[in-house]
Design a binder for this molecule. Structure first.
Ligand code: MLT
Ligand code: MN
Ligand code: ZN
Length: 299
């Protein structure tokens, strides 16, 4: 299975346009620290890719991705569709960015699809531009990534009922935020991708224990970080993101796994955005990595 990390930042990116915090200022001074919004491309078959989450950076992410540029036909694109882990704006604003598509397939759970159609009015807005097809992301069992013959199968593991703020009064559902399990029937390899993680439920625990690759939510280093940095009066957990460090943090969940483990969706307040931060050694000692934009991973 072939994967490409197209971005590794939380909402706002690094640097964020209106922020002069040390993380954002550091990224302006050292362009190699810049991170695009968290996204992953998954190869469904030769010359066919699905992009997980449509970020505000998606146009540049496709342009810079290996094998994602169009051609040889004038309007032939290897990007066959989008898979969404949630309905948050940092993961969905890029859908409208792709309106030049002849057709666009979006794979999502029912609450996510309904939020985009009923709240953001994406169906009605995009209708005059392109033909959007919605496909259900399977929560029970799995299905082929491309809805057809792909050897890569995909399934959703619900991880949170947290709704986006623009859909705060939308109905409860445990699949507002999901982790993805990708399973390659040709090689037996599997990967878990969870850029937003409010809990570590049993199905996710099992999938992670069997996986070869696990890429998870690294938004905040510790639970107090959002309050300490002044960006929120809630803790990381209260914002729907398990912190990396501390009791119940993701580092202690990932450390025992046999999979290659990486963090993504780093917020600009996370000390890990500074390559010199001592927290990098803490993770390295546990055998855990921080994902970089542009990483190509074969598993
Ligand atoms: C999140 O990851 O919690 C969301 O993207 C936050 C937001 O954009 O409001
Ligand atoms: Mn986010
Ligand atoms: Zn900042």
């Amino acid at each position: 299975m072939l994967l490409q990390v197209l971005g590794t930042a939380a909402g706002g990116g690094l640097p964020q346009w209106n922020c002069a915090c040390p993380g954002c200022s550091g990224a302006r001074a050292h362009p190699e620290r810049r991170r695009r919004h968290a996204s992953l491309a998954v190869q469904a078959g030769e010359g066919t890719w699905y992009v997980v989450n449509a970020t505000p950076d998606i146009g540049d992410q496709i342009e810079d991705g290996a094998g994602l540029r169009p051609g040889p036909g004038r309007r032939r694109t290897p990007v066959a569709g989008l898979v969404l882990t949630d309905a948050e704006l940092d993961h969905t604003l890029g859908i409208a960015r792709l309106r030049e598509a002849e057709r666009l397939e979006v794979v999502a759970t029912a609450p996510v699809r309904e939020a985009l159609i009923d709240r953001l009015r994406l169906g009605a807005v995009l209708d005059p531009y392109t033909s959007v097809t919605w496909r259900e992301l399977p929560r029970r069992g799995d299905g082929p990534l491309d809805g057809g013959t792909s050897a890569v199968r995909i399934s959703a593991l619900p991880v949170s009922g947290k709704r986006p703020r623009y859909a705060a009064d939308a109905p409860d559902d445990d699949a507002w935020v999901v982790a993805l399990r990708l399973y390659d029937t040709a090689t037996g390899a599997s990967a878990v991708y969870a850029p937003a993680l409010a809990a570590w439920p049993e199905r996710l625990r099992q999938a992670a224990a069997e996986a070869d690759l696990v890429i998870v939510d690294g938004t905040f280093w510790d639970d107090e970080e959002p309050r300490r940095s002044g960006i929120s009066d809630r803790t990381a957990t209260g914002m729907g993101h398990l912190p990396i460090d501390g009791r119940g943090g993701t580092a202690e969940l990932l450390a025992p796994l046999s999979a290659r483990c990486l963090y993504t969706h780093l917020n600009n307040t996370n000390p890990l955005v500074d390559p010199a931060a001592p927290q990098h050694k803490r993770l390295a000692d546990l055998g855990i990595e921080v994902a970089c934009d542009g990483m190509v991973i074969e598993c």
